[in-house]
Ligand binder design. Sequence first.
Ligand code: GRG
Length: 297
Amino acid sequence: MSADFSVWMNDCLALVEVCLDKHLATVDCAPARLHEAMRYVVLGGGKRVRPLLALAAGELSGADQERVVLTGVAVELIHAYSLVHDDLPCMDDDTLRRGKPTCHIRYDEATALLVGDSLQSLAFQILAQPGLTQNPGKQLEMVEQLAIAAGSRGMAGGQAIDLDSVGKTLSLSELEFMHIHKTGALIRAAVMLGAYCGDELNASQIKQLDHFAKCIGLVFQVVDDILDAEATTDTLGKTAGKDAENNKPTYVSILGVKQARELAKSIHQDACQTLDKLGADATRLRQVTDFIIEREF
Ligand code: GRG
C-alpha cells in the first residue's frame, strides 16, 4: 500500500467514524438500551469498505467529500443492519461478529431486530436529508437506488436465496445470481451513490463505473469465500469454509480454491481494465479495489 493511499484511507476512516458517531443517538436519549445496542453494533469495528468505495467514487466524479461521507455512512448503516439480522438464530445463528458477541447475544433477540430496523431507517433519514445534494431530483434517485439495493430485488432477495440454498447444489450462475444480490447490490450502490454526489461524469462513464461496481461486488464475495475456506483448512489440508460446513454452496465448494482464485483474478482484471478507461482520476478507486482484493490474498 502506498504511503499516499494509506494517509488518504486513514483520513477517510476517521471522517466516517465521526459521521457515524454524530448520527447515532447517544444513551442519554431514550430508549437508552436500543441506542446503546445500535452504537455497540456500528462503532469501533468493520473495515468500512463501502464508505471507502463511495469516497473514492466521489473523487472520480468531483464530489464534495462532506456529502459523500454521508452517502457512504448511509450504505454502511444498511450493511450493519444486515449483519445484525444475518446473525439472528432464524438466519445464520452466529454468536460472534468482529470478535465480539453478536447483538442478540450481548442484548437479546428483540433488541437485535429493532437495532436492524432502526439502522435501516437511519440510513434513509441521512440520505434523504435536505441539502445532501444540490439537486433534489438526483437525491430522490439516490434514495430509490439504495432502497432497491437493500430490498427484495437486492440484498434481502439475495439473503432469501441464500437461506433457501442450504443443502442444495447450485450451478455457478445460480451462485453468482445469489451473490450479485446478497453482497454485490450494496457494494455497487456504495460506488454509484458516491459518484452521484458529483457531476463530472457523463452517461458513458457512469455506465463504465457501474460495470466496475458490479465486478467489485462480486469479487468481494469470491475473495470472502476463499478466505473463509483458508481460515478453516483442516490438518489434512482440506478446505471448506464456514458456509460450506453449514451446507451452503460457496465458490470454493463449487470450484475448489485454485479455480476460485483464478475467477477472483479474472474479475479483478476486468474491474481494473474498466477503471483504466476512466483515466487517472480513478486512481483512488483502483487503490481501494486492490486493498479489498489483497486484504486476504
Ligand atoms: C439479513 C436482509 C439481510 C441480509 C444479510 C450481507 C448479508 C445479507 C449477510 C452477511 C453474510 C456474510 C458474512 C456475507 C459474506 C460477505 C460479507 C457481506 C461479509 C461482511 O462484510 P465485510 O467484510 O464486514 O465488509 P465488516 O465487518 O468489515 O463490515
